[in-house]
Design a protein around this ligand. Structure first.
Ligand code: COA
Length: 170
C-alpha cells in the first residue's frame, strides 16, 4: 500500500539487500531474479543500481550491469537493464518508469554508450528502446524482445553482446 508520500529514487545502499531481495521475489513470484542480483553483486558487475522509496520502504528496484560488445578488433563497454521490479501492490503508479528514466539520465552523464534490455517491447519503447537498435548485434537473447537504446556514438553498431557470467548461472 502507498503511504501517499512522494516516491524518492536513490542509489542502492549497504543494508538495502534484504529488502531488495524480498521485493524481487514478490515481483517475479520466484527466486531467480533475486539470485541473479546476488550474483551480480558478488561479481561486482553492477555499474548502477537504484531503489525507489515510498517513505522508508523500498518499493522499486532497477539494476544496470556491465556487459561487453565484442568485435573482431576490440571489446566495447555496454550496459544491461536487468532486473526492473516494482512492488506488486504499487505497480502502475509510474515507479518503474521513474526508475528507468533516472537510470538512463545517470548513465548518460557517466558517458555510457548503449543499453540493452530483454523485455516487453510496448513497455520499453516509451524510454526509446527499440528492437531495430539491437538488430545489428549477436546475442543469446537476440530476437523479438531484445532491444537497445543508444546513448552516444562510442559503441559499435554491430558485434557480439556478452552478458556477465551471473546471467549464465540461472
Ligand atoms: C514491469 C514493471 C517494472 C512496471 O512497473 P510499473 O511501476 O508498474 O510501471 P509504470 O507505472 O511506470 O508504467 C505503467 C505502464 O506500463 C504498462 N505496463 C506495466 N507492466 C507492464 C508489462 N509487464 N508489460 C507491458 N506493459 C506494462 C502499464 O500498462 C502502464 O501503461 P500506461 O502508462 O500506458 O498506463 C512492473 O510491472 C513489475 O515489477 N513487473 C514484474 C516484474 C517484471 O516483469 N519486470 C520487467 C522485467 S523485463
Amino acid at each position: 500500500m502507498s503511504t501517499g508520500s512522494p516516491i524518492v529514487i536513490r542509489p542502492e545502499r549497504a543494508g538495502d539487500k534484504p529488502a531488495i531481495r524480498r521485493l524481487l521475489d514478490a515481483a517475479f513470484a520466484g527466486p531467480e531474479e533475486g539470485q541473479l542480483v546476488e550474483r551480480l553483486h558478488a561479481n561486482a558487475d553492477l555499474v548502477l543500481s537504484l531503489v525507489a522509496l515510498d517513505g522508508e520502504r523500498i518499493v522499486g528496484y532497477v539494476a544496470w550491469p556491465r556487459l561487453w560488445i565484442e568485435t573482431p578488433r576490440d571489446e566495447y563497454k555496454g550496459i544491461a537493464l536487468a532486473p526492473l521490479a516494482v512492488d506488486p501492490a504499487q505497480q502502475r503508479r509510474g515507479i518503474g518508469s521513474a526508475l528507468t528514466r533516472e537510470g538512463l539520465t545517470q548513465l548518460r552523464a557517466l558517458g555510457e554508450s548503449i543499453v540493452f534490455v530483454l523485455g516487453d517491447t510496448v513497455y520499453y519503447r516509451r524510454f526509446g528502446f527499440s528492437v531495430e537498435a539491437a538488430s545489428g548485434y549477436l546475442s543469446t537473447y537476440a530476437g523479438a524482445h531484445f532491444m537497445a537504446l543508444r546513448l552516444n556514438e562510442a559503441a559499435p553498431s554491430s558485434g557480439r553482446v556478452r552478458y556477465p557470467t551471473a546471467f549464465d548461472a540461472g
